[in-house]
Ligand binder design. Structure first.
Ligand code: SAM
Length: 312
């Protein structure tokens, strides 16, 4: 379905839980957790979205692998008419244990968040000494045939920007894309503009990177390569260079609210309509139609959903 500006909205991102097994300095949620949607509630809502033209679903969170029913969720979404692709964003810590089951359930691809390759820095950034588990998760995802397996990194000045070179070298030596996402103003850390490492700053530091054609028209990343690279470097620049005019996404939060735009706090609660198919559909259509034209990050810190509830 097209929104009021004519964008074709066909990609739903679902935050399955606001709980996380990491406590990243720029992504800390509240200690209080909201009730999570059940498998059948998720299924009802996604059926509604699918009838409006959603084709791709990304499961995220919080940490989606903390849901012990994650494989059941994937199986139930896989059966919905119109849903062509189910993908996952995870910190990778539990991926080794789940990769095969999720692939068998119908998962196609996985994005793994990794902001440094240094064990000490990883523990400082995330509050957990789990870097080894993440690398085992990446390997397991590749071995079971999830494709693509991509790494997403957020760089913060003075914290982990010195890790850019090592992260880039993962794409040099492996058939894996490493994508840098600009720090967005969600927590106190993200509201400090001096901490953002922009896409252009990365290109200035690594002038050997050259732009390559991105065949995926819906992708919001610009991709780069350099001589001898097996994988690609991606830049996603929601702060320095917005891509709102080509945004095809809508988000379902872990508590059943729809957030049409990541950077706008307007939300529509679907829970009052969860047992009324017609009204649920009406609310979903309203949310798609009224997706804000541009993101403004107009959310007051401390007075809105955290990234864990919204789903990154
Ligand atoms: N736990 C999963 C993970 O780590 O991938 C999924 C949820 S996490 C919120 C998803 C992504 O959002 C992560 O890659 C994280 O780096 C990113 N993220 C969180 N807060 C952010 C912020 N303020 N700016 C940019 N990216 C952010």
């Amino acid at each position: 379905m097209k929104d009021k500006t004519g964008r074709d909205i066909d990609y739903l991102r679902i935050s399955l839980t606001d709980k996380c097994n990491l406590s990243c300095i720029y992504c800390k949620g509240s200690e209080k957790h909201k009730k999570e949607l059940s498998v059948s509630e998720i299924e009802k809502i996604v059926k509604g979205f699918a009838s409006c033209g959603i084709k791709k679903v990304r499961l995220t969170g919080g940490e989606p692998l903390l849901r012990s029913d994650i494989a059941e969720i994937i199986r139930s979404l896989k059966k919905i008419d119109g849903i062509e692709k189910i993908v996952l964003t995870t910190n990778g810590i539990l991926l080794k244990a789940y990769a095969k089951e999720l692939k068998n359930a119908g998962l196609s691809a996985v994005n793994i968040s990794l902001d440094t390759t240094d064990q000490k820095q990883y523990a400082e950034l995330t509050g957990a000494d789990k870097l080894k588990d993440v690398f085992e998760g990446i390997k397991a995802a590749q071995e079971v045939g999830l494709s693509p397996v991509r790494i997403n990194s957020v760089l913060i000045k003075g914290k982990n920007d010195d890790s850019a070179k090592e992260l880039i070298s993962l794409a040099k030596h492996n058939e894996i894309d490493v994508r840098f996402i600009e720090l967005m103003p969600f927590t106190k850390e993200g509201r400090d503009e001096d901490k953002i490492v922009t896409g252009d700053e990365i290109l200035n530091l690594f002038p050997e990177l050259t732009l390559i054609e991105n065949k995926d028209e819906k992708s919001v990343a610009r991709y780069f390569t350099a001589e001898g690279f097996k994988g690609r470097i991606g830049l996603i620049t929601p702060v320095s260079n917005k891509f709102c005019s080509k945004c095809n996404r809508i988000r379902l939060l872990s508590d059943g609210k729809v957030r049409p735009c990541l950077g706008d706090e307007k939300e529509i609660d679907l829970m009052p309509f969860i047992d009324n198919e017609a009204k649920l559909l009406e609310a979903i259509k309203y949310a798609i139609m009224n997706k804000p034209t541009n993101h403004s990050f107009n959310c007051e810190y401390g007075n809105f959903h955290s990234m864990n509830q919204i789903g990154g």
